[in-house]
Design a protein around this ligand. Structure first.
Ligand SMILES: Nc1nc2c(ncn2[C@@H]2O[C@H](COP(=O)(O)OP(=O)(O)O)[C@@H](O)[C@H]2O)c(=O)[nH]1
Ligand SMILES: [Mg+2]
Length: 334
């Protein structure tokens, strides 16, 4: 049985009430332990109502036009009867002193749209933590009836790998590039991308955008020799609202095809399993850190390994044996 308060939240959430959704996401993002426990209860209760959205990842370096794109893309979708949630993943925000994603000032119309929900990046948290919060927030948005979820991230470091592993379709937003230096290709981003969208294909940038697109098509075809699938390359202009509908058609086409082939659900199920494995290791590590006898043993092992008395594998095996013999903590422990 779930407690009365949680039940209350859950019904409001399932009814699509934005305040209930905002409160639930706040619980998910909280560093207070009982908030997190409450969040888990909410998540368990809503789990049967999740999964019915298309989950999109959008990445791109600052200035490429992510906010402008999401504003136009989002308005187009809500205009067609969709409900859109935008979640931001920005592990760099504590360093930069504030989130630059989920930026409501650049998404002015969307942020006032009753069928859109924009959630800026949480102000703190390490990458793993932010990743966890975002995955859980996706589920909460789905439970609240949002059928298109956009997870936005800056194309730096690990965050795009993380976002790619929690969405159905991953878009890399690029801009026209004078040189033939292909942004992102080196970083292996093409292997993550389902679509490379070259924004700002308008005015003086139009020709260069076409050239950039053909560069990427060429590069992508070279990749396709070894890759399982080839990302689609498309130009658009968020400013002029050109080919934003084409991007949506690409996504819809992908969904239709992959649902039919079974790839859609297979990908999600693989993502869930990989995430479970990662959480298991993290949970185990955190739990063991609070166990004093394990700490003693691991210090001892570390000392013997660094003194050359014991191999790393030998030490790791002893530690694993110790873990297997541990008794679960009693429920009534203080
Ligand atoms: N010409 C042109 N400029 C754009 C387009 N989309 C965005 N911009 C401009 O690029 C700059 C950065 O846009 P923004 O959406 O804030 O990028 P973000 O940092 O990726 O979120 C702004 O000055 C926008 O007006 C576009 O399609 N064409
Ligand atoms: Mg922005």
């Amino acid at each position: 049985m779930v407690s009365g308060t949680v039940m209350f939240n859950v019904q409001q959430l399932l009814a699509g009430q934005r305040r209930a959704l905002a409160r639930a996401i706040t619980l998910v993002e909280s560093s207070v332990e009982w908030h997190r426990a409450e969040a888990q209860k909410v998540l368990e209760a809503v789990l049967p109502y999740t999964g019915k959205s298309i989950r999109l990842g959008i990445t791109g370096t600052p200035g490429v036009g992510k906010s402008t794109f999401i504003e136009v893309f989002g308005k187009m979708l809500t205009g067609a009867g969709h409900r859109l949630a935008v979640l931001a993943v920005d592990p760099s925000s504590p360093v930069n002193g504030g989130s630059i994603l989920g930026d409501k000032t650049r998404m002015e119309k969307l942020s006032r749209d009753p069928n859109a929900y924009i959630r800026p990046s949480p102000a703190r948290g390490h990458l793993g933590g932010v990743s966890q919060m975002t995955r859980e927030s996706i589920l909460l948005c789905e439970a609240a009836g949002f059928d298109v979820i956009v997870v936005e991230t800056v194309g730096v470091g690990q965050s795009e790998v993380d976002v790619a592993s929690m969405v159905d379709f991953f878009i890399v937003l690029l801009q026209p590039n004078a040189g033939d230096e292909l942004q992102g290709i080196k970083k292996g981003i093409v292997e993550l991308a389902d679509a490379l969208i070259i924004n700002k294909a308008d005015g003086e940038g139009r020709t260069m955008a076409m050239e950039t697109a053909s560069h990427y098509r060429h590069a992508v075809n070279l990749f396709s020799a070894r890759a399982v699938r080839t990302p689609i390359v498309q130009t658009c202009s968020a400013r002029e609202n050109e080919h934003i509908d084409t991007v949506w058609s690409i996504i819809e086409g992908f969904r239709e095809q992959s649902v039919e082939s079974g790839e859609f659900l297979k990908k999600r199920s693989n993502q869930n399993k990989a995430w479970m494995d990662r959480l298991f290791v993290e949970t185990l590590t955190t739990t063991l850190k609070t166990n004093s006898s394990f700490r003693l043993l691991s210090n001892e092992m570390a000392r013997r390994v660094s003194d050359g008395q014991l191999t790393a594998l030998g030490a790791a095996r002893q530690m694993a044996d110790f873990v297997l013999k541990l008794q679960p903590k009693q429920q009534d422990d203080p």
